[in-house]
Design a protein around this ligand. Structure first.
Ligand SMILES: Nc1nc2c(ncn2[C@@H]2O[C@H](COP(=O)(O)OP(=O)(O)OP(=O)(O)O)[C@@H](O)[C@H]2O)c(=O)[nH]1
Ligand SMILES: [Mg+2]
Length: 297
């Protein structure tokens, strides 16, 4: 059964892929079997992250156009706005993306966020591995990044694009540490807004200061996604970053990072903070933290 399904996915059958994603999304045994027999495949995954409303979906939409104009086959994962950050954006995304639904070189899959992995679906790693086996040249995922959440996508994406807007001003200081760690490329979108050039200069200055140690160059792209400006430049940088990032050592670390996440997920499966809290409350002063912890050893 899984042999045929995997073969069909490899051959570019998107119906089989969609069905397999649903099996994995819903934690079924059949989905597990497919996962266990997947061949390794290294289709690059591009993560597009950044604060709510920065223009990530608009940018992804423009990137899809750009990619298919270069004859690329693209798989896209959209995260449905079930998180509070997203309210109201769903309709816009649906309308924007709907024009791709019948395009033979584009496959789009929406997933619910279900509140884990920094606005990603809890099974996003597995779903990406499934997508990787499909007949795509590139896979794009959009995620909302707020504060530390951007870091969560680190093991997932081979190239991470962090989208900021000129208004981000002070935020940049707060987000700096996490963002700097994961960003391969910065995009300053909504460059039609006042203060864009100043913001870009500040960002570039900050990057030169921070990067002198490890010498990694992080490009900053100026874009107006809604007017399709800066998209080709971004695509060129994405291609360069793929080239740089797909070297053996980094790939191994990302793989290990994903394995770690998956093991953690299994180990922590039946452990919920709310249940621990209830236990502490009901046992009151009789609750002994270290005896409780010992029960896990
Ligand atoms: N002025 C201006 N508006 C833009 C630009 N890019 C996107 N927008 C608008 O900004 C709004 C938010 O864009 P989205 O693409 O939905 O942003 P997002 O980051 O995907 O939002 P979430 O997924 O909700 O976090 C929309 O109304 C877009 O039309 C731009 O370059 N300039
Ligand atoms: Mg969006």
């Amino acid at each position: 059964m899984w042999v045929q399904q995997i073969q069909e996915i490899q051959a570019g059958n998107v119906k089989t892929l969609a069905r397999a994603i649903s099996l994995v999304e819903n934690d079924t045994q059949e989905g597990d079997l497919i996962l266990q027999h997947l061949p390794q495949n290294q289709t690059p995954i591009i993560g597009i992250t950044g604060p709510p409303g920065a223009g990530k979906s608009t940018l992804v939409d423009a990137l899809i156009s750009c990619m298919i104009s270069k004859n690329k086959k693209v798989g896209v994962i959209c995260i449905d706005p079930t998180s509070p950050y997203h309210s109201g954006a769903l309709l816009g995304d649906r309308i924007r993306m709907s024009k791709w639904y019948n395009h033979s070189n584009v496959f789009i899959r929406s997933l619910g966020a279900r509140g884990s992995l920094g606005g990603l679906h809890p099974n996003i790693i597995e779903i990406c591995d499934l997508m990787r086996v499909g007949d795509f040249d590139l896979i794009v995922i959009e995620t909302v990044g707020v504060g530390q959440n951007e870091v969560e996508i680190a093991g997932l994406a081979d190239v991470t694009v962090v989208v900021l807007v000129p208004e981000a001003g002070d935020d940049i200081q707060n987000m700096k540490a996490g963002l700097m760690e994961v960003a391969d490329i910065f995009v300053v979108n909504k460059a039609d807004r006042p203060g864009a050039d100043l913001f870009i200069n500040n960002l570039k200055n900050m990057l030169t200061q921070e990067c002198t140690g490890n010498k990694r160059h992080i490009p900053v792209i100026k874009s107006i996604a809604s007017a399709n400006e800066g998209i080709v430049e971004l695509y060129v940088e994405i291609e360069k970053a793929i080239e740089i990032n797909l070297h053996e050592d980094r790939r191994l670390w990302l793989y290990a990072e994903r394995a770690y996440h998956l093991i953690q997920k299994i180990k922590m499966k039946d452990i919920h903070k709310s249940e621990i809290r209830d236990k502490i409350k009901s046992e009151g002063s009789n609750f002994n933290l270290y005896k409780y912890i010992a029960s896990f050893k």
